[in-house]
Design a protein around this ligand. Structure first.
Ligand code: KG4
Ligand code: ZN
Length: 337
């Protein structure tokens, strides 16, 4: 079966076509994967402006659907279903993607699938890796930080979540304070490579506490206070701060995952979401998984940040179970797993 997936919940307009056999096995083929990143539109504001994002999605979406079909050398009639992110996210953008998908589905009499963006991240690993349900998932993105047991599409148990900020947001804030631009995660990771991770001692909220919840607001404040004391021309100190910040995040994520593996033992720990693109953090999670008798599996870096393939793949997993949606589905700004 072939599913076209549309992702427009934040600042990436993305369309992909994924193919997989019927059944329930992991493993699919990405026939097309096009992404238009709106970073240049938002850069000068230092973050995503919802109104600008919605307008840019609207301008690009039809052209990107055409590009994806051309890349896959397919026509709309070769598709089995049309999927789009139905939430959570910036509602203007979600509406653009959902309307585009509904239009295509209605015109060609194909099933429509409204995908929870978080479920998209949660299932992506099965598109490229042989991972069977259930598995333990650390979902770390710009808006979310959660530990979950994933049993299948729509079948999740949450073990813990952040009580304040998301970890990606904390990366973005750190980058902004250091004037590294937007989005911040990749810039912080790059600068941290040359830094001394032991130089700055930053707070590790929730570290060694019971349970699997997270907190990052104290760390954000501590980074701000440290930056205020830095000489902006001291490149060495800036790199050391990035490295120390990243190590601190690594300490916290590893500690929380160790607790999760104790509470809900699993042979597989999966990390997903934009922050999963961070190779240093992957290394830390690999260590903690190995120490607790599990193996870490992550999607390819390119599929960690928002993309259409994750929505198309979640669409395939849902279509296989007959979990399609009606055309009166209403986009959801909030939609917990
Ligand atoms: O999943 P995603 O693309 O969008 C959301 O659903 O939020 O995640 C975006 C987040 C941003 O906060 C970005 O800074 C972060 O993922 N990110 C990274 C890296 N690449 C992206 N954080 C740390 N290291 C990276 N290499
Ligand atoms: Zn995302």
């Amino acid at each position: 079966m072939r599913v076209l997936g549309i992702e427009t919940s934040c600042d990436e307009t993305a369309v992909a076509i994924v193919e997989a056999p019927a059944g329930s096995a992991p493993g699919g083929l990405i026939l097309a994967n096009v992404v238009y990143s709106q970073q240049t539109e938002h850069r000068r504001f230092g973050g995503v402006v919802p109104e600008i994002a919605a307008r840019a999605h609207l301008e690009r979406i039809d052209g990107l659907v055409e590009d994806a079909l051309t890349e896959a050398r397919l026509g709309l009639d070769d598709l089995d279903a049309i999927a789009a992110t139905g939430g959570p996210g910036l509602i203007g953008g979600v509406m653009v993607g959902v309307m585009a998908a509904k239009g295509l589905a209605f015109a060609r009499e194909k099933p429509f699938l409204a995908i929870n963006h978080l479920e998209g991240h949660a299932l992506t690993v099965r598109l490229t890796e042989q991972v069977e349900f259930p598995y333990l998932l650390l979902l770390v993105s710009g808006g979310h930080c959660q530990l979950l047991t994933v049993r299948g599409p729509g079948d999740f148990t949450r073990l813990g979540t952040t009580i304040d900020d998301a970890v990606g947001e904390c990366f973005d804030k750190t980058a902004k304070l250091l004037g590294l631009g937007f989005p911040g995660g990749p810039a912080v990771e790059r600068l941290a490579r040359d830094g001394d991770a032991q130089r700055f001692s930053l707070p590790r909220p929730m570290w060694r506490k019971a349970g699997c919840d997270f907190s990052f607001s104290g760390l954000k404040t501590a980074v701000r206070q440290t930056v205020e004391k830095l000489d902006p021309d001291d490149e060495r100190a800036r790199a050391d701060l990035c490295a120390s910040f990243q190590r601190t995040v690594g300490d916290v994520l590893a500690d929380r995952c160790a607790n999760a593996l104790a509470m809900a033992p699993s042979p597989t720990l999966v990390v997903a979401g934009g922050v999963a693109a961070n190779l240093y953090l992957r290394g830390r999670l690999e260590e903690v998984a190995a120490r607790n008798g599990a193996r870490l599996v992550a999607p390819p870096v390119k599929l960690c940040t928002d993309n259409g393939a994750m929505i198309a793949w979640a669409g395939i997993e849902r279509l296989r179970l007959g979990l399609t949606d009606a055309l009166d589905f209403k986009p959801r700004p909030r939609w917990p797993l």
